[in-house]
Write a protein that binds this ligand. Structure first.
Ligand SMILES: C[C@@H](Oc1cc(-c2cccc(S(C)(=O)=O)c2)cnc1N)c1cc(F)ccc1N1NC=CN1
Length: 327
């Protein structure tokens, strides 16, 4: 909780230091050119754009621009600023880089590095083996994606930062081709905790129940072990090539299932070494869950196990893709 938030001058504590908006680089609006819409973000439209770093420059840097609509509540303004402050303090290869902000007038912009591989969930779904094309990915590709996200999570853990929404939809790739790097790129839920709880929007519907451990959705307890549980679900998302977890199950059923000890089944062809990591992340007792350093060691073990690496990828069977994925 950060009760130091005031309407106009949010302070933000990270890694033992306090920051305010003045710490964020100001991007002159006239050096920014929005080229096309990428999709709807939590606040407003997100655009792809080009940023001329220095006025005389011929070269322009591709960027992603989050926009805050003109007609926004003060609450939304604060949330938006805080998200920029949160991202502005991170410095890690597996966390999206904040380039700067345009907060001088409306519409306000948050300018991020553009990761042109798009989001991890979409990438996984697009990479499923099709009859005309065996999967473009192999087990090593999948494990490398998981390693990247775990490295980002380890950095957050070391800085005692709880993300609260680790999921494939919130991760982006630098490219779809080999050599791709995965980065944690959305901090919307983390922002929530810094706003007074009574502002929390709506009911349970706002919470990513399928990625949350019991102590979080029952008692609102969030620790770094919350992110470990979510990371286990992300592992399942990756190994299933982007399926919706608990296929066909509604949120309230997932809650009772998980509370009574039910867990996600191993995706088809999921190596037992990898499934063992997932289940360790889903231990009912938070302290019994591994930390991200341990998870990285276990993933390194998988990457050195010939049998694991040789496992072919196979899509889920049963429900057709469209049903399975939406429910
Ligand atoms: C805010 C936005 O940030 C970005 C999106 C894309 C990006 C997103 C989708 C497709 C492509 S692209 C140019 O490769 O087709 C690039 C590329 N770089 C970003 N920095 C984002 C961050 C996430 F963690 C998850 C989803 C999105 N969005 N927001 C709106 C759509 N996705």
């Amino acid at each position: 909780r950060n009760d130091l938030m005031t309407e106009t001058n949010p302070n933000y504590e990270f890694a033992g230091e306090r920051y305010t908006l003045k710490d964020l680089r100001d991007v002159p609006r006239e050096h920014l050119r929005l080229t096309r819409a990428l999709g709807q973000g939590a606040f407003g439209e997100v655009y792809e754009g080009l940023y001329k770093m220095r006025p005389g420059d011929a070269v322009e840097m591709p960027v992603a621009v989050k926009t805050l609509p003109e007609l926004s509540t003060l609450q939304a303004e604060n949330d938006f600023m805080l998200e920029a402050l949160i991202m502005g303090k991170f410095n890690h290869p597996n966390i999206v880089h904040l380039i700067g902000v345009c907060f001088d007038k409306h519409p306000r912009y948050i300018v991020l590095e553009l990761l042109s591989g798009g989001d991890l969930k979409t990438f996984l779904r697009e990479s499923r083996p099709r009859n005309d094309r065996p999967s473009a990915l192999n087990m090593k590709d999948l494990l490398m994606c998981c390693v990247d996200v775990a490295k980002g999570c380890k950095y957050l853990e070391e800085n005692r930062f709880i993300h609260r929404d680790i999921a494939a939809r919130n991760c982006l790739l630098t490219a779809k081709t080999p050599g791709r790097i995965v980065k944690i790129a959305d901090f919307g839920m983390a922002r929530e905790v810094y706003m007074s709880d009574y502002y929390r929007k709506g009911g349970k519907a706002m919470l990513p129940i399928k990625w949350m451990p019991p102590e979080a959705f029952l008692d609102g307890i969030f620790t770094t072990k919350t992110d470990v549980w979510s990371y286990g679900v992300l592992l399942w998302e990756v190994m299933s090539l982007g399926y919706m977890p608990y296929t066909g199950c509604a949120n309230r059923n997932v809650m009772s299932l998980v509370v009574s000890g039910g867990r996600l089944e191993p995706p088809p062809n999921c190596p037992s070494l990898v499934y063992a990591i997932m289940t360790s992340c889903w231990h009912p007792e938070p302290p019994q869950r591994p930390d991200f350093a341990t998870i990285l060691e276990k993933l390194a073990g998988c990457l050195q196990d010939p049998e694991t690496l040789a496992t072919p990828l196979k899509p889920m069977i049963g429900l057709t893709e469209s049903d399975a994925d939406v429910l």
